[in-house]
Design a protein around this ligand. Structure first.
Ligand code: CA
Length: 225
């Protein structure tokens, strides 16, 4: 499930967006001013930020600039006023990925969001990945072992995605929990072990002597692929 941060101070618009995106199956958080937006944008591990320009505290341009300066790569979709043509240009120059002009239709907005999410999860590096006899297509959410499709749960997909991105690095159970279950999870570290056991089976890894998802004693796991 993709996480979206909505930054909008007008309550009616914020609520409408929140309802609509939740119905589309996104996990949604709303920030109502620029200062909260800049903080949550950095901390919240969102997949996309929907950013209004006119905001109390700090305007959307300032928030965008700050997030990009902090190295955040999350796609930013600016909500600009139709009457102000220059806002589009300013937003894009400051590192926004796209814009929608107000008032916008929900269908247009949904399409833009989908396109941006596709683009960002479709990083050349992680869109498709191959190791051993496994092929993973993250854009389509498919995994094949020796050419045959294997069903992965969303949690298993998140774990595998995180492992592949962090290839060769040791990941603690807490890091894996946060990555796959979210930072506020109450799940215990043991559940990670269970999911990794399942994941190993699904990618054809030998549980007695894993080749890809390796145990690193006392520390966690490492993906060598
Ligand atoms: Ca506003």
């Amino acid at each position: 499930m993709s996480r979206i941060l909505i930054v909008e101070d007008e309550p009616a618009i914020a609520l409408g967006l929140e309802d609509d995106l939740k119905m589309e199956g996104y996990e949604v958080e709303v920030a109502r001013d620029g200062i909260t937006a800049a903080r949550r944008g950095r901390e919240g591990a969102f997949d996309l930020i929907l950013l209004d320009v006119m905001l109390p505290g700090k305007d959307g341009f300032e928030v965008c600039r700050e997030l990009r300066r902090a190295g955040l790569k999350t796609p930013i979709l600016m909500l600009t006023a139709k009457a102000r043509e220059e806002e589009k240009v300013t937003g894009l120059e400051l590192g926004a990925d796209d814009y929608v002009t107000k008032p916008f239709g929900t269908r247009e907005l949904r399409a833009r969001i989908k396109a941006l999410l596709r683009r960002s999860t479709g990083d050349a590096e992680t869109e498709c990945c191959r190791f051993g006899e496994v092929e993973v297509d993250f854009a389509r959410g498919e995994l094949r072992l020796r050419g045959r499709p294997v069903e992965l749960t969303p949690i298993e997909f998140k774990l595998l995605d995180f492992f592949i991105r962090a290839r060769g690095r040791v990941l603690s159970r807490d890091q894996l929990l946060a990555a796959a279950w979210g930072p506020d999870t109450f799940a215990s570290a043991r559940i990670v072990d269970n999911h990794i056991a399942n994941l190993r089976r699904k990618i054809g890894d030998d549980p007695a002597e894993p080749r890809y998802l390796r145990n690193v004693r006392g520390l966690g796991y490492r993906f060598d692929g």
